[in-house]
Design a protein around this ligand. Sequence first.
Ligand SMILES: [Zn+2]
Length: 265
Amino acid sequence: MKKVNYEDINIQKIAVHPLYQMMKVYLYFVDGVLVDTGPSVQRRNIIRAFRSWDVRQVAITHCHEDHVGMLRWVANNFPANIYSHTTAVPALSKQVKIPWYQGLFSSHQFESKVIPYPDSIRTSKFEFLPIETPGHSSDHVCLLEPNRGWLFSGDFYITPYPKVFLKGESIASYIDSLQKLSHYNFNTVLCAHEGVVPNGKEMMKRKLDYLQSTRHKVIQLHQKGYTDKEIIKYMFPEKVKLELMSFGSFSRLNFIRSCYQETGT
Ligand SMILES: [Zn+2]
């Protein structure tokens, strides 16, 4: 676990799982705003970090466990507004609610509410604009601080050259969202798994170019009658570490299928 700062942003770097030290999660805290809450498996370490932060507002980028795992603890320990994509509000509201029987014995002080993102989140020094960016998940939101050029990107960025997708990931949505982001001014991407990416705008542009050209190639192969297996062998012959580590939850097959299924070819 490591604490660092980038400009006015406090950053907590932690392993996504105690057994997977290679993969990291970065938690960001800036002027009272906490971006995502981290995985519950790191509960003890994360609580230690949170105790030194005065959380007033919580911005959820999307509902995967490593981003909302500690949400209930945060909701019960800080009088904070919690913002999420509209579609995620019912599930997250359920998650933060303490069952009445637990409430009798727990020492929690608050039950903060989950509400849909407003047009902007303001603090004394900054302003954060939520931008809907489906792709990694349908409920994904990035946060832009326009005056400082920061983009808190949750899991939207991670790498400009992905070869594996989760089942729900959509290359068509990624491309639309990347085109949308290209109209905003930002320099620094603050990624939940890669940390600070100083040339973030350029890297997002690379990701857009890569996804467009890769989708085009995959569709051509598919239309020529190549099977998924043959396309994988041709496009991504090397084994991918994340595919092995996630026991296939992230896979090249999901990526390939997303390329041609969504265009109806
Ligand atoms: Zn995710």
